[in-house]
Ligand binder design. Sequence first.
Ligand SMILES: CC(C)(COP(=O)(O)OP(=O)(O)OC[C@H]1O[C@@H](n2cnc3c(N)ncnc32)[C@H](O)[C@@H]1OP(=O)(O)O)[C@@H](O)C(=O)NCCC(=O)NCCS
Length: 397
Amino acid sequence: MEQTVRVKNIGLRGVTVADTKISYIDGEQGILIYRGFRIEELAQMSTFLETAYLLLEGTLPDKEQLRTFNDRVVRERRLPDFLLQTLKGWPKNAHPMDVLQASVPLLGMADPDLSLNTREANVRMAVRLIARLPAVVAAWHRIRNGLDPLPPDDGLSHAANFLWQLLGKKPDEEDARDLDVCLILHADHTFNASTFACREVVSTRAHLYAGVAAGIGALSGALHGGANARVMDMLFDVLSKTQSPEEVRNWVRQKVRSGERIMGMGHAVYKTVDPRSKILKAMSRKMGEKLGRSRLYDTLILIEDEALKELEKKGKTNIKTNVDYFSGSVYSMMGIPVDLMTPVFAISRVSGWCSHIIEEKFAEAQDKPALYRPEAEYVGDYCGSIGCEYRPVEARS
Ligand SMILES: CC(C)(COP(=O)(O)OP(=O)(O)OC[C@H]1O[C@@H](n2cnc3c(N)ncnc32)[C@H](O)[C@@H]1OP(=O)(O)O)[C@@H](O)C(=O)NCCC(=O)NCCS
């Protein structure tokens, strides 16, 4: 009799499930590339929208292509009226990630391309989501604070317009550029949990909006995108309980020794410092100095230093800072509230999610499965080899 060989791999670590041309990570050396370009180069020289084009289309745009892409995003920024009215009726204490996730299918219902299963239609839907998710986050923040959503300013860049619609004041150029760099850094990251969720959902032939809604749900978790907000909770907790560097170090020692995780550290793929974390670290230091708020950065450095020492004592030398460790302090200094930090991650990552969804839908069949369908080992009851006997409820003791 033919026997199926079953390979068990809890959590799919190290298992390759498809081919991708979108991004690549070398976890040992701390390298991240999008479509062949190093993240450091893109952070230094590109813009978020140019990077989004690169991810979606596979090549850097020429001048005309970039201008057209920027114009398309600007034209699509306005939210449909029915969505704004709907948002006004939602509970004001709803978490912004839940609001964002719930808004995606609503945007989908009004999208004229929803039923068209062509690459071009999917790119048009992706452009609309890239343009509109920041508007949803900004509108929700204002609505929950009893304010009217602000219309977009067509003269502002993607990041500057988001800060304007969110905070109601035009940001200075440096803040807008820093946020744009943050969006570049978060745009894609291979088969992370949320991207895999998107790809898994659309492998069933579900539409792009269904995939993105799944991605937002996956990103909200504390071990994934939710970690940036948790880092800030941790930081504020430390700042409220400690006065001196030694007290901060003590706080860290206790956490690590009791087996608790330091948020913003460790990674499923990187075994060294996440390259995005290095860029955000420099940004956090620069902003702290500029605003006279260096205590946030200084405390993060103390926590990192002490955590590395303690983890090393436990033989865990691979746990270093990841993208979430410094990003929260940067957002906080821009005036972005803690519970909007994961939504800011999402307004960037939507470009990567959509690129992966399009790759999943339209790449050559041999590069990916028709449908993701892993297996689980059944470890529940059998009641012998014939299955359990079903007794009507009256007959159960
Ligand atoms: C991201 C993360 C889930 C990846 O974990 P992983 O590589 O799969 O490793 P595991 O969760 O299996 O943890 C392996 C060991 O390292 C420890 N560890 C992992 N991350 C740690 C952290 N941030 N602080 C302290 N210990 C950590 C675990 O407790 C575990 O210890 P054990 O073997 O004694 O039980 C994990 O590092 C984590 O929880 N980090 C904090 C949350 C975070 O920042 N998430 C954002 C990721 S971008």
